[in-house]
Design a binder for this molecule. Structure first.
Ligand SMILES: NC(=O)c1ccc[n+]([C@@H]2O[C@H](COP(=O)([O-])OP(=O)(O)OC[C@H]3O[C@@H](n4cnc5c(N)ncnc54)[C@H](OP(=O)(O)O)[C@@H]3O)[C@@H](O)[C@H]2O)c1
Length: 305
């Protein structure tokens, strides 16, 4: 019998690639939807790639037909070049509708911790809107809400390390006492697959076993990469201004003001028990030699091809 087919968005991206790998290891067949199907094939022919084609819903339906579960990671990190969160929400609605029409059994949707419709931060607001719409859609669903995801291809942790390696100062926005609870990308993928195989509707956070203040996290990274940078504090506006200068120098958006606000509000921690096992400290000590050697560019990944 042919193994069941799942569709993963972004299998050449960050979390989607670990999801696809995990599904293949579980014996499933995997198809991916991606913004860029012509990227080098990481899976040596084992994953067939199709464009998102949000503007051709009928084509999207055909790509999803026959799939058991849709694993959705699609999102934009920040508004850029006229593509904002509303646009990503609209595309996600098209994707969910296509999955329903194609007869997909279940949707596993990757959201974010502490998504609330009342949030003043558009990222968290719109994520909550989509969560609600999926819950109300009548489809079988699992919502997985990661904190901050660490792994070899990650951007945030890598770029903190990159700054620590290159500059004599690291400027922490605000008091640095706000907390984060990093989750390993492999654990996120395993959790998604675990809930994808279940029948009942479920929503849960993907959160690692350790919580750090931002100061502790930066200090841990500084020690791991052998940096002697001084860690100083500055008002969030100033830190954001400096981040924008660095972003301009590397032709990227290093961090947005909303992201700093989300961090400072402690939105990247879970209020439930940890759901993942990998220790961030152990991972950093194992990978410190590689972390931050090169800059990881969001615009390079998604806008310059
Ligand atoms: N990374 C984290 O620390 C973190 C934390 C909390 C929640 N999340 C959530 O986890 C999910 C996956 O995040 P990720 O970091 O693994 O993302 P990613 O792989 O960089 O992107 C996920 C998918 O969205 C597409 N995409 C991203 N930016 C796009 C853009 N500007 N235009 C068009 N398509 C775009 C990607 O396209 P390609 O197919 O071309 O790669 C990919 O298919 C997202 O829903 C995110 O909100 C992530």
């Amino acid at each position: 019998m042919k193994p069941p087919l799942d569709v993963v968005t972004g299998a050449y991206g960050y979390s989607g690639r670990y999801l696809a790998q995990r599904l293949l290891e579980t014996g499933r067949t995997v198809r991916t939807l991606t913004a860029n199907p012509s990227r080098p094939d990481l899976f040596r022919g084992r994953v067939d790639a199709h464009p998102f084609s949000f503007d051709e819903p009928a084509r999207l339906v055909e790509t999803l037909r026959g799939a058991d579960t849709l694993y959705n990671t699609y999102w934009v990190r920040f508004p850029y070049r006229g593509v904002g969160f509303e646009h990503a929400v609209e595309n996600t609605r098209i994707l969910f509708a296509a999955a329903r029409e194609a007869g997909v059994r279940r949707i596993v949707h990757v959201s974010v911790t502490n998504a609330e419709e009342s949030s003043p931060l558009p990222y968290f607001h719109w994520k909550a809107v989509l969560e609600r719409e999926l819950r109300e859609s009548g489809m079988s669903f699992a919502i997985v809400r990661p904190t901050v995801v660490f792994g070899r291809e990650d951007i945030l942790v890598n770029n903190i390390a990159w700054i620590l390696r290159r500059l004599p100062l690291f400027v922490v926005p605000g008091d640095g006492r706000y907390r984060l609870q990093p989750v390993a990308v492999e654990d996120l993928a395993a959790l998604c697959v675990e809930v994808g195989l279940r029948q009942e509707d479920v929503a849960l956070d993907a959160a690692g076993p350790e919580t750090y203040t931002f100061d502790e996290l930066v200090t841990l990274l500084r020690d791991a990469v052998g940096s002697r940078a001084r860690i100083v504090h500055a008002p969030s506006r100033l830190a954001h201004g400096l981040g924008s200068l660095i972003g301009r120098a590397v032709r990227d958006v290093l961090v947005t003001r909303d992201e700093l606000e989300g961090l400072a509000a402690g939105l990247l921690v879970s209020h439930g028990p940890p759901t993942a096992e990998t220790s961030f400290r152990a991972w950093v000590s194992e990978h410190g030699g590689d972390l931050g050697r090169t800059y990881a560019s969001e615009l390079g990944r998604h806008y310059r091809r």
